[in-house]
Design a protein around this ligand. Structure first.
Ligand code: TTP
Ligand code: MG
Ligand code: MG
Length: 442
């Protein structure tokens, strides 16, 4: 629907309808096509790519879905040993019921509420279903809790045939249709503001905070909006006369750091809408790997090596894109008679470089090249961590240092001119017998 209208989509004056996903040229308050009032318009709507999605009244929404008789009634999920509210539906919230409230207080506020004891197994299952739908949009999904995650949708426009804002609206409709619950989404240029935005117009919200408005928007907000500023910290800021983010914006970085240490640095940057934290994919991921099954079984090193190289590059690209690195290189082989051989080697420090993954894999592979015919070859890394400490220059020997520099140059060229712009000697002209490698994340 949207793809057909994709051409003029980058015109910032054009919004789209969140119900039928068609694109709106005019300024009307209702959709020109379906009449829905749920229109998304924002000058930066088609430029932003960082999203935060959070399910609405998650546990309660699932209980309502599973018992339609509860649809229009106030529902509280909670009780049990701790005797507190886990969550309340939006009808119960109108009466003042909130998460973490003692149950007796909640029932004082809303005596007609239906109380349902939590069924964690069910909520975990639905949480996984929501996540699977997110992962179909981008591999860059970072879950924060059972019902929410960050998604980096940059570079997905070609894949989806629509910009991230529309992908989000379509996702919300898919969740409603397939899982019977609702979500709210926030779209911005950084994690901090995407999360703030998703909370803005719950339930069924889609809110956008653009770069141009960030400073002005933040200036009006209370300090508690900042990540990590809880009640206690807000109280100490209040003692210093600081209540709004606008006040923080007028303070010097040095002054904030002297007063509040590391937190002062965070206050300085976040108050100005500066947040360069990347989206780290599913922290449950244990390894990143790629493998390929051959059309005909192979035993010759000369044929295995180019495949290993191509797979290493695939793994490396994935790691680089996600800002992660792995400390253990894992080689996987499957013999003609389906026996699995895996061989590991731990490195001194985590890597994300194709060349280090390849060289380590090559060494492991040489020991297995004993004439056995293989039907599958895979390479990957495990022991995943942030890439901050990956491939320190002083620890890499001179030869590999040179190759690391070359790899940086190749990445730059590929970034500019596309993947095929540069082929290394190992992969050049390969690909007779292997299927294209499929990246896998466990
Ligand atoms: P939240 O996303 O914080 O809340 P919610 O989904 O119920 O409501 P909304 O996002 O629309 O404001 O938490 C997700 C689930 O986590 C929630 O449904 C129940 C559980 N939870 C608790 O058990 N205790 C709590 O104190 C909170 C905040 C949540
Ligand atoms: Mg929620
Ligand atoms: Mg949540």
């Amino acid at each position: 629907m949207f793809a057909a209208m994709a051409a003029p989509v980058n015109n910032p004056d054009h919004g789209f309808c969140r119900d039928c996903l068609t694109f709106q040229r005019g300024e009307t308050r209702r959709c020109e096509r379906c009449g829905s009032p749920r229109l998304a318009r924002h000058p930066e709507l088609y430029r932003l790519h960082l999203a935060h999605i959070d399910c609405d009244a998650f546990y309660a929404a699932i209980e309502k879905r599973d018992n339609p008789a509860l649809k229009d009634r106030p529902v509280i999920v909670g009780g049990g040993k701790r005797g507190v509210v886990s969550t309340a539906c939006y009808i119960a919230r109108i009466h003042g019921v909130r998460s973490a409230m003692p149950m007796f207080k909640a029932l004082e506020a809303c005596p007609e509420a239906v109380v349902i004891p939590p069924d964690m197994e069910k909520y975990v299952r639905v949480g996984r279903e929501v996540r699977a739908l997110m992962q179909a949009l981008t591999p860059l999904v970072e879950p924060l809790s059972i019902d929410e995650a960050f998604l980096d949708l940059s570079g997905t426009e070609r894949l989806h045939g629509m910009p991230p804002a529309v992908v989000l609206a379509r996702f919300a409709l898919t969740v409603e249709k397939e899982l019977g619950i609702t979500v709210s989404a926030g779209l911005s240029y950084c994690k901090f503001l995407a999360k703030v935005a998703s909370d803005f117009r719950k339930p069924r919200g889609l809110s956008v905070i653009g770069e141009a408005e960030a400073l002005g928007f933040l200036a009006e907000q209370p300090v508690t909006l900042i990540w990590g500023v809880g009640k206690a910290f807000a109280a100490s800021l209040e003692c210093d006369g600081i209540r709004t983010i606008g006040q923080l914006q007028r303070m010097e970085r040095g002054d904030l750091m002297r007063r509040y240490g590391v937190m002062g640095d965070r206050l300085y940057h976040l108050s100005r809408g500066e947040d360069d934290r990347r989206v780290h994919p599913d922290s449950d991921a244990k390894s990143v790997s790629a493998e390929t099954t051959f059309d005909t079984d192979i035993s010759a090193m000369a044929e295995l090596v180019p495949v290993l190289r191509a797979l290493s590059e695939k793994v490396s690209a994935r790691l680089k894109k996600s800002g992660i690195a792995g400390r253990t290189v894992v080689l996987k082989l499957k013999t003609q008679d389906f026996k699995l051989r895996t061989r590991n080697r731990q490195l001194g420090d985590p890597t994300r470089l194709a060349d280090r993954i390849f060289q380590t894999g090559l060494d492991l592979l040489r020991r297995q090249a004993d004439g056995t015919k293989y039907r599958l070859l895979g390479i990957g890394v495990s022991d995943l961590s942030d890439d901050e400490k990956a491939d320190p220059p002083d620890l890499v020997d001179i030869q590999s240092r040179k190759r690391a520099l070359a790899e940086g140059a190749i990445d730059t060229l590929r970034g500019k001119f596309g993947k095929k712009a540069v082929e290394t000697g190992y992969t050049f002209g390969k690909g007779r017998s292997a299927n294209p490698p499929e990246p896998i994340e466990d």
